[in-house]
Design a protein. Structure first.
Length: 171
């Protein structure tokens, strides 16, 4: 097995773990925004997994764009936020499990970004670099959204003061 195949198999495991984690987190959280956000991330990881499995079968990176949606994670979350905005205007206290789930998700996304950055550094192929950079961008957006949500759940008053406009404007 060559290094690229090993890297793709590791990436598949990362995405499987992420999909499983976000699915379980969505089932455990009571917060409407958190639940929908986790489900959205689970779908993103499932899509990444589909791409990686196809790439593993033929190791071709040139046609991956067809798997990436027009809407990036931040745009999907803006839509979700709009759907549940009235429900989350009132403070809904997060329990410690929900806050921990967000922290675990942030850790998982950080590890994925590090792994994909390493894959970019190890290849000279422009298609592979573009593919891994696209995954990096999505995983970084997941991290930022998790971090933003954690800030909201810890102190929604301050979060609304500083973040609501930025999130709704896509900033």
């Amino acid at each position: 097995m060559n290094n690229l195949s090993k890297a793709i198999k590791t990436a598949i495991k990362l995405e499987e773990d992420g999909m499983d984690f976000y699915q379980k987190a969505s089932e455990k959280t009571s917060h409407p925004f958190g639940k929908k956000m986790f489900l959205s991330f689970a779908e993103d990881e499932k899509r990444h997994l589909t791409i990686l499995k196809e790439i593993l079968s033929d190791l071709k990176f040139s046609d991956f764009d067809r798997f990436f949606e027009e809407k990036k994670p931040r745009e999907k979350i803006k839509t979700i936020f709009g759907e549940v905005k009235s429900e989350i205007k009132e403070r809904i206290a997060a329990n410690s499990d929900e806050l921990e789930a967000l922290k675990i998700g942030m850790d998982m996304e950080s590890k994925s970004v590090e792994f994909y950055q390493g894959a970019v550094e190890k290849t000279q192929d422009s298609h592979q670099k573009a593919f891994f950079n696209r995954l990096i961008d999505e995983e970084k957006e997941h991290y930022e959204l998790l971090q933003n949500t954690r800030s909201y759940l810890k102190d929604s008053g301050e979060w609304f003061l500083w973040e609501e406009k930025a999130l709704l404007d896509g900033g």
